[in-house]
Design a protein around this ligand. Sequence first.
Ligand code: V47
Ligand code: SF4
Length: 402
Amino acid sequence: MTQSNTEATLLAALMKDESVPQELKAVQQKVVDGARISDEDAMLLFEKAPLSLLSMMADLVRTRKNGNKTFFNRNFHIEPTNVCIYTCKFCSYSRLIKHRGDGWEYTMEDMLNIVKKYDGQPVTEVHIVGGVLPQYDLDFYCELFRKIKEHRPELHIKALTPVEYHYIFKKAKVTYEEGVRRIVESGVDSLPGGGAEIFDPEIREQICADKCTGDQWLRIHELWHEAGKRSNATILYGHIEKYSHRIDHMRRLRELQDKTGGFQTFIPLKFRNKDNEMAYLTETTVVEDMKMYAVSRIYLDNFDHIKAYWPMLGRHMAQVSMSFGVDDLDGTIDDTTKIYSMAGSEEQNPAMSTYDLVTLIKNAGRIPVERDTLYHELKDWSEDAFAEDTEYKGYIPLPTLN
Ligand code: V47
Ligand code: SF4
């Protein structure tokens, strides 16, 4: 019997259990049958489902899609600047333009030097995202992408979100269609999922009023998919939004995915409350975080992957998330992003070697599979001895968990 059959049988047995409320049993049946759940079902799961049941349902969906594999990739980040013209209230990372002297603003040469630092290292992707500033315009970025490709053609460029694209396309006075054409030509391979936050206009107005709207975010991803390219999607949860806003956000993504099929993975991002204008809010509990992973895994039936971004969630919670629908852990070797350590994540130095990550995945009973950005499988790391990996910068030995 396969693992997914075992789980389906267990879930079916649980349906006879009188302690499970009748209304939940109908949702459970849909999950066992592989049917799509409705917005009302998702609300029921958020409000009424015990965590153990959510874990089982999400695990069934995850196993059917990805077997026992947990994916990871080896990438590095470039954050061109932490100065930003926008004023998102949850952002601990950016310096307002009036405090520009406190931040950094990399030149093209600085960024190319970061790329060169990884020459000869087994990374497959560069993730570029940062603040929005006028000097980083469409021409600047197109030239940067071209130069990165000239230097290392096989390096996958995952770059910029609709927040930056909306700004630079408008500044260059080009339509979204023309802008997308130009970034495709300059070598961008995929779009990361950032900038989505919460699509609902009322919540968006309260937390990030001045950047692109939810509709604009979705439109740029739609055009990107129509150009034959792939992208990711995120949600920023655990602040002032309600469950209904999370469901609305996921519904818009599920609808667009039905249309284009261009999304690869969904990444729930837990709001962290250090040093930002929303620091008065209490952060969500672990139970709430696991619920978010599980409900998104069950609801987003047309997304192949659910990713936990461990530098934000913390490596140990990321490990637990694999029992709540997650099949992908991002961020290896030397995760140079400063966004999360600045926002109050436990991960003040978010670096983990391949050895650490593989150990973490294996100890959760999963098969660690290295992938490229487009989820082509590069290597099954189950049996590796790791001698050479321990030399990577940022190596932090993990305690053995079993
Ligand atoms: O859009 C900012 C979030 C995002 C805070 O696509 C915060 O592979 C929590 O999208 N608390 C950028 N979150 C990062 C991002 C991402 C990360 C890793 C992988 C991928 C991918 C995408 O960071 C922003 C915003 O939602 N963020 N401040 C905060 N205080
Ligand atoms: Fe700027 Fe992004 Fe921070 Fe908003 S979240 S202020 S767009 S860097």
